[in-house]
Structures are given as C-alpha cells and as structure tokens.
Write a protein that binds this ligand. Sequence first.
Ligand SMILES: Cc1cc2nc3c(=O)[nH]c(=O)nc-3n(C[C@H](O)[C@H](O)[C@H](O)COP(=O)(O)OP(=O)(O)OC[C@H]3O[C@@H](n4cnc5c(N)ncnc54)[C@H](O)[C@@H]3O)c2cc1C
Length: 395
Amino acid sequence: MRFDTVIIGGGLAGLTAGICLQKAGQDCAIVSTGQNALHFFSGSFESLEEAPARLAGIFEEAGIRLHYQPGVRLMPMGTFRPAALSLEDVDILPDPAFSRKALIVSIAGYQDFFAAFLAEGLEKQGTQCRIHFLQLPEMAQLMMSPSEMRSVQIARTMDRMWEKVVGEIKVLLQDEDTVILPQVFGLQDTTVPGRIRQAVPARVIFAGTLPPSVPGIRTQQQLKRRYEVLGGTYLAGDEVIQAHVHDGVVHSVATRNLDSHYLEARHFILATGGYFSKGLRSNPFRIYEPVFGLDVDASEDRNAWYDAAFAADQPYLKFGVRTDPGLRALRDGVAFENLYAVGSLLGATRPELGSGAGLAIRSAFQATDQILRRSAPQEDGRPAGQSGESNPSES
Ligand SMILES: Cc1cc2nc3c(=O)[nH]c(=O)nc-3n(C[C@H](O)[C@H](O)[C@H](O)COP(=O)(O)OP(=O)(O)OC[C@H]3O[C@@H](n4cnc5c(N)ncnc54)[C@H](O)[C@@H]3O)c2cc1C
C-alpha cells in the first residue's frame, strides 16, 4: 500500500499533521495503536497563549470550538491551575474565589467525580457548598456493574437525558449562584453544554472527572472524523513494529496486523508520544525509541533520570528524540531524509516549540510545512528535497 505520507501515532500531533497534509492534497495513512493523551485531556491547551489562526481554522472545520481567557481552571480534586486557551465547555475562571455559594450535583453510584474534594477545595476559597446526588432510574442498568459507571458510559446516556437533569437542578437550586456538574455532557452532541448553561438560572461549571476525559475523547473523535472526511486512511488498533530503511531513507513500515503488506510512502511522521504512549521506552539501562532506534537526548546516568523529591520537575520528562532544525529525526547523529518526529516524543528538546498541546500542534505544523515544501515540484519536475545528503544505515 502506497501513500504520500505515513503517520505513526494518531494523537493530537499525528491527527493535526494528517489534517494539514490531506487539506493540501496529500494521501495519508495514520497508524495508531490505542489510547492517546487526548483521552486524558483537561480541555486546556498548554503553551498556546492564543489560538493561532491556522489552529483555529482546523479546529473550527472539525467542529471544535475554543475560547481564550487567561485565568484558572477548577481541577477534579478541588484545586486550581492557571489556564488560557481551552475547549468551549471548559470554564476558565477569573480567580479561585469566583463564587459565594455553589451547588455540586453528581450522580448516585458515580465514583469518578469527587464532589467532596471539590467542596473542600472551594470552601477554602470562601465558597459555601452543598452536594446533591441525583437518583436517576435511567442509570439502573449501568449501576448493576460499578465498572460501567465510568464517565464515557454516563456521557452516552446524558446526551439523551440532559433536559431531565436540568429539570431536577431547577427544583434543587436555592440561593446558589453556581452549579457544578461533572464533565459528562456533550460527548456526541456538542451543543448540550451550552444548552444546559442557557437553561439553568445560575452559572454552570463543568468540572473534570477521573479519566477518561469526555471533552478529550470528543476532541479526538472530531479530529479523526475531519481527517477521514478529507480522505485520510486511519488504521486504528494497529502498531508499527518495524521500519525498512536504506541509505538514510525510510521506504516502508510493517505493522502488526498487515503482515507482509508494508505501508510505503515518500514521507513518514513519527508521532508516537512519550512514555505514556510508548513512543519512548525505558529499561534499567537506557531510554530508547522503539521503532527506528532514534537518538534520544537523555542522561546515561540512571540516577540523573529522576529527582527523589516526588513533586520536583522530573528530568526524565525532558528527555526526547533528537532532530535537526527541520524536525527530521536523527540516528547516530545523522538526519533521516524523510522521517520527521513530532509531538511529545520530542520531550523538551525543542523548547522554542513549547510544551504539551502547544508542542504537539506547533511541531505538526512545522513538519507538514517541510513535507509540503519538499513535495513541491522543482523546475525539472522532480520533487524537491531528495538530496540524499544524510544516511543513517540500513535497518
Ligand atoms: C495523561 C496525560 C494528560 C495530558 N493532559 C494534557 C492537557 O490537559 N493539556 C495539554 O496541553 N497537554 C496535556 N498532555 C500533554 C500531551 O502529551 C499533549 O497535549 C499531546 O496531546 C500529546 O500528543 P501526541 O500526539 O504527541 O502524543 P499522544 O497523544 O501520546 O499520541 C501518541 C499515539 O501514538 C500511538 N503509538 C505509539 N507507538 C505506536 C506505534 N509503534 N505504532 C502505532 N501507534 C503508536 C499511541 O498509541 C498514541 O495513540 C497530557 C499528557 C498526558 C500523558
């Protein structure tokens, strides 16, 4: 199977790259093993001060609405963290003392939303809290098995019965100025959070739950759908296990499910994430990148990998794959001709690209720009950038 670009990893970085390339007329394949960091996403985009016009355009076309408002975000455990660019249904508050009196509404049997911790945290800020657990007969089936009472299962039901929840809140509401609900609304129907806000006669805040994150899963689904509408191929649940490289050029990759049907392409993007997604792995002796054996910027001294103070900035989180200025990945100090590394796989090796979601998006833009520039025909009709100046050895 032959594509213009094969992207390994379908998280925020891989999907952003895939959408950009499909929009530019390329034919791409994304191979992605499983969950990615978006499934745990808070809904706020780290290191992006404002939505760059290009990002805003891509997200808007995917149906993802953003808002920019520097302030603080209420965390699942009742603490606050600075945030700015966020999904529309993620509330950014001017300061932690935003409310005089709040009603925290949860659902009986739902254990992934910590109403008591939220109340404790808010009370420290001077907010008086009252907690209520809704008894919903519609949840009886899910409650038969506690493992089913998770955010995503509840969110599927809530898309259908949010009006009933609003009705109950209206009866419960006394003199509270704020209602706090778990982030389990709007998984499929993105208009639901806004409609709840309009219908409830108090400020409504959707607070984070334990993972999986409903807004994060929705964002991943919207980006994936947009990529597929643009004609991209998405191979879910498959894993790239081997690369075929000759003279510093990647020719194809093999996946677990496709046997000897290799994925060939002119360009490859590695967007396999950090340790969490197994883009970087470690054993007692080294930290390594498993698909291509790329150079990793990491200390050889294992004692320097971590700081014994648990809450300190941990050095291992800064380790990442080395690249040339154009994000082409290095092996033995030499850049591959057609392999780009993007996203959290880079660790903190490219501080100018930011961190978190900002790094994922900026690096995806930069790599796709390089690919498109190098794919543009030269005067002699051949694609640009086939100079062959670099040559990591065959694998
Ligand atoms: C738990 C968690 C929560 C986070 N929350 C936030 C947040 O709220 N805000 C923020 O700004 N940043 C957050 N981050 C930082 C996050 O890393 C980035 O925001 C961004 O989503 C990372 O995207 P990515 O595409 O680089 O990697 P990932 O999202 O990790 O995606 C990598 C994908 O590659 C796949 N993969 C790996 N190896 C292979 C292979 N060999 N073949 C095929 N597929 C493969 C994985 O299965 C995964 O799907 C969080 C990170 C983590 C770990």
